[in-house]
Design a protein around this ligand. Sequence first.
Ligand SMILES: Cc1ncc(COP(=O)(O)O)c(C=O)c1O
Length: 371
Amino acid sequence: MNVPLLDLVAQYQAIKDEVLPALQAVIESQQFIMGPAIAQLEARVAELSHARHGIGCASGTDALLLPLKALNLRPGDEVITTPYTFFATAGAIHNAGGRPVFVDIEPESFNIDPAAVEAAITPRTRAIIPVHLYGQMVEMERLLQIAGKRGLPIIEDACQAIGARRSIDGVWRLAGELGWVTAYSFFPSKNLGAWGDGGMMVTSDAAAAERLRRLRLHGGAKQYHHDEVGINSRLDSVQAAVLLAKLPHLAAWSAKRREHATYYTRAFQGLASVHPPVVATGNEHIFHQYTLRVERRDALQAHLKAKGIGNAIYYPIPLHRQPCFADLGYAAGSLPQSERAAQEAVSLPIYPELTHAQLDYVIAAIREFYR
Ligand SMILES: Cc1ncc(COP(=O)(O)O)c(C=O)c1O
């Protein structure tokens, strides 16, 4: 049997009759740039994030870069984030002219440790970027308290967490609801994926929304009038049409991922070498990834590969140890939880279309390895 890490063809087969007509409508209209599908999608994504404004852009990377640009960072300005994330989180800080300050993660959730954030704040700190990694929200209430005391904006990296939520004081709060600006990615492998690159920012700050709308169009509110220097980062109308057609399925897809996660986790109970992901109290995880911590990780990977089971390491080198950030001066061992996670984590197939036979095959392969 073959179990790929992700099977987008299975998703395509299930929804093509809905997506292809939407795509054809854009083609027939020939309105490829800033067509009506963009504003529709912006409104829908803002709504599902409990935010007032959505601003489409070209990628999740730009959805991080643009709010950072809006902060007008000056050389030496610091932005605190996690090193245990996709490169874009820190790359955007650098490209906006800031200096990434990496702090360690909490071992159970793989998410940034709020206490470490607090300890890293200096007079040069200008913002905090928590990442809702693998689809599980950060402890936002603690982070908001820490940031609020200093008046620091929070940019949520929700590129892996669209629709994730957390119960705070008995109220469901969505990823994208509590930060100043939130970044989403529509990279094809995401829970809500386009047929190419795409991203969106959401915010409830009207002034920020207006500024971000300008910054994504070369810094001008009116064509050929440039109030400041922005970038060209539009969401494509073709992608917006695909995403609008897929959006009604998102909740059910994420629920299916949760169901598969529960199935795996039950099956791995009692295996001493395998630690299933921990869902923090109050969180509703969307399982963009189902990530285990395991012993003898690299040998397990080879075993899974031999069995035809897709798997991946997110992420093998934490960002504070990347060569491009060597001048920031983080030694090996300086952020031990992130470094340990990079050695132990392995992600399994978790896409909604997986069959029980496939799940059982993956479980059997892992049980066989650790027997
Ligand atoms: C945590 C995180 N941040 C940022 C990004 C960047 O998004 P994109 O690939 O759409 O630029 C991604 C996705 O790839 C991500 O997973």
